[in-house]
Design a binder for this molecule. Sequence first.
Ligand code: FAD
Length: 480
Amino acid sequence: MDLTEPQRAVRDAVLAELEGSFGGELITEDSTGYDQARTLWNAVIDKRPALIARCTNTEDVVAVVNAARVHDALLSVRGGGHGVVGKALADDGVTLDLGLMNGVTVDTERKLVHVQGGCRLGDVDAATSEHGLAVPAGIVADTGVGGLTLGGGAGWLSRKYGLTSDNVVSFEAVTASGDVLEVSATEHPDLIWALHGGGGNFGVVTRFTFRAYAFGPDVRFGAALYTADTAAVALRAYADIYPTLPYEVGWHVTMKQSMPPLPFVPDELVGKRLVMIFCLWAADVDDAEGTETIKRLVGTGDPVVNTVAAIPFGLGLQRFLDAEYSDGLRNYTNEAHLTELSDDVIEALLDFWEVELAGPESSIGGEPTIYGLGGAVQDVPEAATAFSHSESVWWVNYACHWKDARDDERNMAAIRSSCRDLTPWLGAGIYVNMLNVDELDRVVEAYGGPETYARLGVVKAKYDPGNLFRVNHNIVPSTA
Ligand code: FAD
């Protein structure tokens, strides 16, 4: 890394400020472990921060924030490092890494879960499932709680309990001035509104306190697999059934280019191109209505395999997909909110599914996933939080990954092109947590459009007037 003289001076000044009092690790390019510390989930991102400060507690976070502000360093904040655009790091900047702050405390009496800012979803599931509780979150255990929650957070339990952000009761946040704020509905209500969807723009969240629900440990789960011949008919049937489903049903469909060896997949189907439907009953595992509903859903159409089982939620289902989304692969995602799951949309998605991505020997996954939301997500009034477009029921996410950099261009072009094909059915908005590097002109839209963005800008001006937290999908401070 070739730091310019001014960049080196800033780094050294921050280091000098921290050395002695900082309780965590300070990593520069001369340190053993520098390359590991700068590795993100998406291997397409290759950034070289001047300094990585791995914090152990809130005091460490305050120290890094103060040093970065005083010395005008380019500051990035790393949660789980799963953001596809790699905003967790900044070239030549200072990275405040929360990865060592991964403690979870469960208050079983009040059903509250206190989660440090650097936790992964798996840390929360492990702690809560021990007590028969769950916090609604995403579907891959390694995803960071920080980025996911601050941008919204959708997963298996969203239809029943709302987004992850809807379930935050309070935050501890370190603002740009280095103040440690307890943020709740009564303390700093403007900030709690903004932290529910406004991303990492307002400070470093060192603790999330979530509402948890009595759940599991087992859940009623179903899966069905369809071949190319039967997928379209099944998807049409699901599109008809979906609006009639109770809030307890969590549902999504993934168009697998290469079926992974999941527990219910017979050996002869591993590696095959199949459409996979997952559904679960977000209530008592032995509920008769739940078992019947899941059975009926996975019996839809003519699946080549279908199964209904009681499986552990936090330590089972929540980890099903981890191996497929492991670190170090080259990833590109596009997201779209669709207004309908009509025959034409299904056809467009299946067309992409049939495309062979570049480099068959290295191309290991290229799959649009359709998430069915609605339910409790829609019940939160739009103005109540900064999260926008909660009315959107169908979210399509192209989450494609491969190993070889030479395949980047062609695969990314194929994904973009397929997403463009969906234009006639695009609804308003885009999920800020899926916004990609080539969609940065959509930041205002991702934050709900000009009005919500302007309101966020006012909160930003109050808590971060100098835009210290700008390595993110940025909200510019505004007095409007
Ligand atoms: P990072 O890259 O570390 O951070 C992302 C942004 O958040 C950065 O700007 C960072 O500065 C900021 N940030 C992170 N933590 C904090 C904090 N404590 N305080 C202040 N700012 C912070 N989303 C869903 O809704 N549901 C899913 O099921 C889901 N599954 C996913 C599966 C995979 C494999 C991946 C890669 C992503 C998935 N996502 C999902 C998207 C996910 O919500 C985003 O990628 C999110 O940004 C990840 O957060 P992170 O902390 O891991 O990322």
